[in-house]
Design a protein around this ligand. Structure first.
Ligand SMILES: [Mg+2]
Length: 400
């Protein structure tokens, strides 16, 4: 099979996911601006966004912009359940589902024409099913490539469906603002605006080396391809997750190194617990930071061997944070996350091998803690340092 000349890729994306779940479960919130989260905005519905409220904005600023907004605390377990329910609808639609996050996925419906109808009919039915079975609005973009399907769903939001016919792709793409190009965040958009470039059409007029000199080689190559509508990626299913991660928003308040260490421990414990329950080990620990000015950095450390054990991964995580300390002090952080990548899907056996004298005890300890938590819940056992501390929100995540 070749990448089809027909528009058979769906990008399905729930609208204002957390806020929609809140409105579904509390009818008094319907038709009103809703903000989920307190210190930091985790999600806002379209009514709140109309006032300029944005995800990751500080709570005070959000309330100033939209005093009428109802602010509700997040209910992560409800969002996890809703995510599972929506993915069940996706998988009932087609076996070719590629999750992008807890509330969006690509679906390839190329082979379903005779069984289920054309892609627009399938997309319309998918929207009805998500509405009926899960009670949430979802937007579907349909196109020949993944990139265009995602752009189409962004254009169709909220609660819409949009097909980009193959013969009209550039006509659709070129008038759009540069922010619509995959990977273009506020920083890259600002750089491009600085050169007087506002639309995709203007990007498409430039050569790759010119773009690279403006935004760096990797982004330059990406802009060159996407603005010319070159995207050969297929909907990619069945592959197991290549990393296991967790993150936490911190708000704009300054955080002490001791408080940050508490957050680091909590995140690493969540990640390693999930790795062990999925019987995975990994070698590379990745630190992600977002600063007050919305810039981000990533740092990573690759260990000598793969592990799913808390102690060595926590040690690597703390080293990464210590090395980033000057940056954190200078710029202030609003989000910290870790991921363990370089995942070995057959990690289970290695976990059971006593590799050296010092590590056996930690492995036994991890296993014992995991057993107790599985039986009595996560809250019964906690590290001394975490007692009395806010463990933070356990964000919904895709199955490992
Ligand atoms: Mg979404």
């Amino acid at each position: 099979m070749f990448v089809s000349g027909r528009a058979t890729i769906l990008h399905a994306d729930l609208d204002s996911f957390y806020a929609s779940v809140e409105q579904r479960d509390d009818p008094t919130l319907r038709g009103r601006p809703v903000i989920v989260g307190g210190g930091v905005v985790l999600a806002a519905n379209y009514e709140a966004k109309a006032y300029g409220v944005r995800t990751a904005m500080g709570g005070h600023q959000a309330r100033r912009l939209c005093p009428a907004a109802v602010v509700v605390p997040p209910r992560m377990s409800a969002y996890s359940q809703a995510s599972d329910d929506v993915f069940a609808v996706f998988r009932d639609t087609t076996p070719l589902v590629e999750p992008l996050s807890v509330d969006e996925a690509f679906l390839d419906v190329a082979g379903l024409q005779r069984l289920a109808g054309d892609p627009v009919q399938i997309g319309a039915r998918l929207r009805d099913e998500v509405r009926d079975r899960v009670g949430l609005p979802i937007t579907v973009g349909i196109a020949r490539t993944k990139f265009l399907a995602k752009v189409a769903s962004q254009e169709a939001k909220p609660d819409g469906l949009l097909l980009v016919p193959p013969e009209r792709e550039l006509e659709f793409l070129h008038p759009l603002p540069v922010r619509r190009l995959w990977g273009v965040g506020p920083k890259t958009a600002d750089k491009l605006h600085g050169y007087g470039i506002d639309t995709v059409a203007q990007v498409a007029e430039l050569g790759e080396s010119m773009l690279a000199s403006m935004v760096g080689p990797a982004m330059g190559r990406q802009l060159y391809s996407l603005s010319r509508n070159i995207d050969r990626r297929r909907v990619d299913t069945g592959r197991r997750r290549r990393s296991v991660g967790a993150q936490r928003a911190l708000g704009r308040r300054r955080i002490t190194p001791a408080e940050l260490d508490t957050v680091v421990i909590g995140l690493v414990e969540r990640i390693t617990r999930r790795m062990r329950s999925a019987q995975r080990t990994g070698r590379t620990v990745v630190l992600r930071l977002r600063f007050d000015d919305f810039t981000r950095v990533t740092r990573s450390h690759t260990m000598a061997r793969a592990t799913g054990s808390t102690a060595p991964i926590l040690a690597a995580a703390r080293d990464l944070v210590a090395a980033a300390e000057p940056l954190i002090a200078e710029r202030g952080i609003t989000l910290i996350g870790f991921a363990v990548s370089n995942i070995d899907p057959d990690g289970a056996q290695q976990l059971e091998l006593p590799l050296d004298g010092g590590r056996v005890e930690t492995l036994d300890l991890d296993a014992a803690v995991d057993r107790v938590r599985r039986r009595y819940g996560n809250a019964v056992l906690t590290r001394g340092v975490l007692i009395g501390r806010d463990p933070g929100l356990e964000m919904p995540h895709l199955p490992d």
